[in-house]
Design a protein around this ligand. Structure first.
Ligand SMILES: Cc1cc2nc3c(=O)[nH]c(=O)nc-3n(C[C@H](O)[C@H](O)[C@H](O)COP(=O)(O)OP(=O)(O)OC[C@H]3O[C@@H](n4cnc5c(N)ncnc54)[C@H](O)[C@@H]3O)c2cc1C
Length: 370
């Protein structure tokens, strides 16, 4: 039966939940205090990289990330079709570079477990490495190649998602300045600063790095806090960098529009999302290690965003015990773009009272509350 669903937050997570719920026939309202995608989501590098982001082993978080990567082809087709827009979904594969023989040993053990999940993963060395990625530093001794990892252009992705939501009939209210939950125990009511009230039967919390503000309302510990990511882009000739390339300190992603996006710092700076000289200088040093040709170049664009981090690095994903009509989808930290399709699908399942295909025990929004 169709429900009125109120979604707090219009980043990639709120919009993905909105789109998925709308496709299931629900009447959906998104409430955004600023602009949709105006925070972390529009700042992201857009990598869909569960293997490169999870180097230690196959835990529940890795499985969630992988499930989402595999939803992406169909999801991207759907968003593209409904929005009529393109966001450069590029299946370039990735290389994780090693500069020391000792790192290659660690890489071999990573390949050992990742091979169970990734068809075609392999280590490329020496001449072969330079053949597949000609401009990479001569000091790189090997790289773990994962052909399945991909990327999108994040600012266009969020715009397409927003347009897909609008075209599908989601109501979106932006620039609300503030939206406060007034009622949630039975029916839902959210009041904006200008005095409008938005009512519903279901509530999905997608307020990113601001989720901790809701601790008092729900009587929960919600240890979500902002981690600033500073990032920059160079203009380079098309085809110079072929894969997403990771090093121990950063990554570079070549976009179809001829830019090379290089990220990203991890700073504790509260809600300050400014770019600092220090932050960008550090990035430039890492970038040159990976691709020496960058020595000669200056980034033409620098920006920053606030990743929603949690105490244990896992998102808050699930319905509240005893209040199944309230769903949390926040704290996606470094992987909110990657996790957007699976999060949308999980939120829609929970709204429908269905058991999601992915186990959620590790992601309970109440796990920090005694
Ligand atoms: C530099 C950088 C690089 C990144 N690279 C990648 C990457 O390559 N791949 C990847 O998967 N992820 C990446 N990420 C992480 C990714 O961007 C985040 O995980 C994701 O954007 C989180 O989405 P979100 O919707 O939860 O948060 P946000 O995009 O921050 O959206 C939350 C929204 O909620 C709104 N809001 C908050 N409180 C309220 C309220 N009370 N009422 C109404 N609205 C409210 C905010 O205004 C905001 O727009 C990167 C992040 C950064 C900063």
């Amino acid at each position: 039966m169709s429900k009125r669903v109120v979604i707090l937050g219009g980043g990639v997570i709120g919009l993905s939940c909105a789109f998925s719920c709308r496709l299931r026939g629900h009447r959906v309202t998104v409430l955004e205090k600023g602009r949709c995608g105006g925070q972390a989501s529009g700042a992201a590098a857009g990598m869909l990289a569960p293997f490169s982001e999870n180097t230690e082993g196959a835990d529940d978080f890795f499985r969630l990330c992988l499930a989402s990567l595999r939803l992406f082809p169909q999801w991207a087709e759907q968003i593209g079709r409904v929005s009529g827009q393109d966001f450069e979904y590029s299946q370039t594969g990735s290389l994780y570079a090693a500069f020391h023989d000792a790192d290659v040993l660690a890489m071999e053990s990573r390949l050992g477990w990742q091979r169970n999940y990734a068809g075609g993963a392999r280590i490329v060395e020496g001449e072969m490495l330079r053949l597949v990625e000609p401009a990479i530093s001569g000091k790189a001794v090997a790289a773990l190649h994962n052909p399945e990892e991909s990327h999108i252009y994040a600012p266009h992705y969020v715009k397409s998602l927003e347009q897909a939501c609008r075209n599908a009939g989601v109501e979106i209210y932006e620039n609300l300045e503030q939206a406060d939950i007034e009622q949630w125990r039975q029916d839902v009511a959210v009041r904006s600063k200008n005095g409008s009230t938005f009512a519903g039967e279901r509530l999905v919390i997608c307020s990113g790095a601001w989720a901790q503000e809701l601790e008092r309302i729900f009587g929960l510990n919600i240890p979500v806090y902002p981690i600033r990511g500073q990032i920059c882009a160079y203009s380079i000739p098309a085809g110079t960098v072929r894969h997403m390339v990771f090093g121990s300190q950063g990554y570079v992603v070549s976009k179809a529009n001829g830019t090379l996006v290089c990220g990203a710092s991890e700073d504790v700076s509260g809600f300050d999302d400014s770019v600092t000289d220090n932050g960008i200088s550090r990035l430039r040093r890492w970038n040159k290690q990976l691709f020496p040709f960058l020595e000669e170049r200056q980034p033409f664009h620098k920006w920053a965003g606030l990743r929603p981090a949690t105490q244990d690095g896992y998102p808050l994903l699930g319905a509240l015990r005893g209040f199944g009509h309230v769903v949390f989808a926040a704290g996606h930290y470094r992987n909110g773009i990657l996790l957007s399709p699976v999060t949308g699908s999980i939120a829609a399942d929970l709204i429908d009272g269905r058991l999601p295909a992915v186990p959620l025990d590790s992601f309970s929004p109440e796990r920090f509350t005694n």
